[in-house]
Ligand binder design. Sequence first.
Ligand code: S3P
Length: 426
Amino acid sequence: MYSLTVSPVRAVRGDLEVPGDKSISHRYVMLSALAPGRSVIEHLSSGADVAASVACLRALGAELVFEDLDVLAVTGGPWRQAAAPLDVVNSGTTMRLLAGLLAAHPFRSTLTGDESIQRRPMQRVIDPLTAMGAGISSRDGRAPLVIHGRHTLTAVTWTPPVPSAQVKSAVLLAGLFASGVTTVVETAATRDHTEKALPLFGLACEVNGLCVRVPGGQRPAAGPVRLRVPGDPSSAAVWAAAAASVPGSHVVIRGVSLNPRRVGFLDVLRRLGAEVTTSLDSLEGGEPVGSINVRYRDCSDTRIEPEEVPGLIDELPVLAACAAAGRRLEVSGAQELRVKESDRITALVTGLRALGVASEEQPDGFLINGRIRASGGRADAVGDHRLVMAFAIVGLAAGGPTHIDSAQSVAVSYPTFEADLRRLAR
Ligand code: S3P
């Protein structure tokens, strides 16, 4: 178990790029692995989650070769039955999106993963995929999932019971192979990277407000020869929150996806008192890409309302960390945090308290009162990458050193996190 130590800093300053977006990377590797011909994906997420998708796709017969640390050449084509269970390790996106695709492949596949993934709810993908005609057995709605795919699925109209881009994507990906038009009607807007990626591979997908439709009987065409993944806004959020936490700080994060369904955290940082601006530079694969510029200004209090939650679900831990530096923040309607890589409500509040931050757990959220400065101390990230980064931010503004246990998990989304932390800390 690796423990990370963070010392208080005078300021967080600098200019950086963050690794490629994890969600977009998963979608590009999966679609490239299905498409005939060779695609090259640049600036792929360097995290362990995407590496898990790459390994699973190799086991299904696609050829994926790294040309550089973050450049992947993919030669896709028809998939064949994997010789062994597919191990998604810690990656929920790999498990749920691949479940959708494997439901449409007429062979048996087993999807499994680590202890955390085996605790996470999978009934939410089992239900629609079963309604489409796949056979799926599980251990009480949890992994391992054994999928008996069908060559032709039946289209459905599905409303995910909780807003989830992973569930939406699993249904849409399966729907490509169904007979009829598959429709997902969301109750709240979630990230739309699947909808934006499908047309890059010649796949029709119609979006109308919260309603997304894919006609069945589609096969991916050869993708664009080169695809570039924009920087991950969830990783950018870490430095944005860090700059908003320590007086005198200023960071610029370049080349980041500014997809409106991912940058809800920017508005919360403004409400917490930071000076935040963005500039749009280009459109890559339908994704807006640009810079995020954050300066420490002052401290104010805010609430995050339930309707904001789907647009910043992964950023709640770092927003809590920012609030711990002098503000009051109340979050509600975020019960989904309890079924992420860890129970992020309990583990976040336990860790923050261990670092001397007044915080309270609620069934569907939490309350942070950062008026009294964090002392530092020792917090357990319980193998959850987002908590490692959140506790590190608290440590930057704390009164003494912060030790974060189980910090190796930061590699799930951001393996170069510690190097960037050392570079920006002044
Ligand atoms: C993701 C969707 C979200 C998010 C996860 C990545 C995706 O999960 O928390 O980190 O790539 O579609 P849910 O769909 O469970 O909300």
